[in-house]
Design a protein around this ligand. Sequence first.
Ligand SMILES: Nc1nc2c(ncn2[C@@H]2O[C@H](COP(=O)(O)OP(=O)(O)OP(=O)(O)O)[C@@H](O)[C@H]2O)c(=O)[nH]1
Ligand SMILES: [Mg+2]
Length: 694
Amino acid sequence: MRTTIDRHPVSDLTVVRNLGILAHVDAGKTTVTERILYATGTTHKRGEVHDGTTVTDYDSQERDRGITIFAAAVSCTWNGHRVHLIDTPGHVDFADEVERSLRVLDGAVAVFDAVAGVEPQSESVWRQADRHGVPRIAFVNKLDRAGADLDTAVESIRRRLHPAPLVVQLPIGAEDGFTGVVDLLRMRALIWADGTGTAVEGPVPGALLDEAHRRRRALEEAVAELHAPALEEFCAESALSEGTLTTALRDLTRSGEGVVVLCGSAYRNRGIEPLLDAVVAYLPSPLDVPAVRGTHDGAVRERAADPRAPFAALAFKVQSTATGRLTFLRVYSGTLRKGETVLDAGAGRTERIGRILSVRADRHAEVDRAVAGDIVAVVGLKSARVGATLCAPADPLLLEPPSAAEPVVSVAVEARRSLDTDRLATALARLAEEDPSLVVRTDPETGQTLLSGLGELHLEVAVEKIRRDHGLGVGVGRPRVAYRETVARGVSGLVFRHVKQDGGAGQFAHVVLDVEPLDAERVTTGFAFRSTVVGGRVPQEYVRAVESGCRDALTEGPLGGHPVTGLCVVLTDGATHPKDSSEMAFRTAGRLALREALRTSVMALLEPVVEVTVTVPADAVGTVLGDLASRRARVTSSTSRTATTVLTATVPLSQLFGYATALRSRTQGRASFTTRPTGYAVAPEDTTEAARLR
Ligand SMILES: Nc1nc2c(ncn2[C@@H]2O[C@H](COP(=O)(O)OP(=O)(O)OP(=O)(O)O)[C@@H](O)[C@H]2O)c(=O)[nH]1
Ligand SMILES: [Mg+2]
């Protein structure tokens, strides 16, 4: 079924689907997206990731590296429905792109590799989607590969992600001979005989009939168990009709109680049209998800997804392009017309909307308005940042911005020619504006410019982007991890007197503090503050000032000037002076007291740790394990499949720099690995020494 792109926003929101394509690296997200664009008639040729010809991997680095780096939004229509789709990156260094996308999506397609099943990053993005309450359907891809097996992949989904995968297809043929599926709802066979992606429909082949009936029965039973009206029908009729199944699958998808599973081979263009049908049938429209909530003047307000309501949208991506600065918006309520003035609620500034574009990755078509439920790009906004709420000036509303992950790796960067220093600073600032998980700062000790991000690849891509987009020569230092400091053994009863009485207004603040470690779970996130002062010896406003002062002291710990976390400060006593005490004096006292307390406490250095999963051919396991051991890795599991072994280990991030190259050369390129951040852990003594001397 082919339809042409509808350039006008629909106002019937029931036919809108905003969805993301999520998965582990290389599962085939970009290929699925590409085939969706082809199936919907949005493009007329099929691009390939390895040829660098896909619509959504349009950046020159994505094409060179063969991976997705930037989330790309595209719009298409299917069967009278308008589908806004975001192809996301699978590499963990770009997890923040996924986070920002999830914030604005109503549903998602999770793609799995039929050989590998659930991989570490599939699990991470699945949990991310759980946190955002985004309903999903699963697409088990690459059924054409040798070793592909739908049942094993579904079992890994059941074991690791969701207790109720609801498989609605039975593959016809396997591996190279995978040619079609039995649609278990309609009990019809769909065969893809050529590469066009359009199936020939026919009766279920005789040889598969028993198996198809058995699986249909299993699906009916699984659905009846989860869905009350279906159970009623099942009890009365001992079977479920196609209509009841469709309704129940939609309900279970939206409530998250079940996950519909489809399968196919995106590369061979098999299984895409049923996937689109499932998107339309099961995933929610903007009307089916809870109304967006924001705040105004401290009060929580809801906004219905209604084109007639006051306008409110979230900017989830900013991108500098040849056409100018594009701001991608998810419109939650109201209607936006070009030329209108909107309010950037967080910044308290108004801005004018130049043009509105319907998005197709790198190419865009102009439209005159965008309505609730739409995802569009606008041109003309000068200062709105990623995460900004844009709204009708007469009806302000502030939506919660997507959260940004804390950078864990940094490199020093400098312009090769000193006269380019200012240009580099401008380029870095622009980069950080487009990607809030990149942070630029100056090292107070060395005066160097430090660029921090989520991983080595993240920083490498950022620096290369500056080289390419700005034609700048950039020198890059060795990557360093971001350490933290924590309290291993605290102090109690630390007395600090802050007194200045040299004429004029004096400063007087006495505080007594206890410092304790927080429990292990909160070691990387937490700072707690409590007061046990009795008898009003320190008035409330001064207690708050002491807390602020303590927070000030957390920015630099005594070991190496790293941020301090995982501690609880208790203010146990204090004293004031009738004239010379002030909030300022208590804040200063809090800061200096905690700084001294930390100097006398036993401190520990925390280093970022990641879980590494290495897939390695059986004959190279020994060398890979030896290398991991030299990197202070703790191997947590080892699973063997036919000719490969999957090793999982916990490794300090600092030991993983250059691992991609090392692994490639030790295994002649036959092993691959992925990483997943798992937080911070106490670093050994020698690291502590090195970080102190840094
Ligand atoms: N055999 C086979 N290969 C496939 C299939 N789908 C995708 N591929 C290949 O797998 C590789 C990765 O595909 P992509 O579409 O780039 O995967 P991705 O999930 O977008 O990867 P990232 O964006 O880098 O996370 C490419 O070489 C594809 O050609 C499939 O159905 N069968
Ligand atoms: Mg991709």
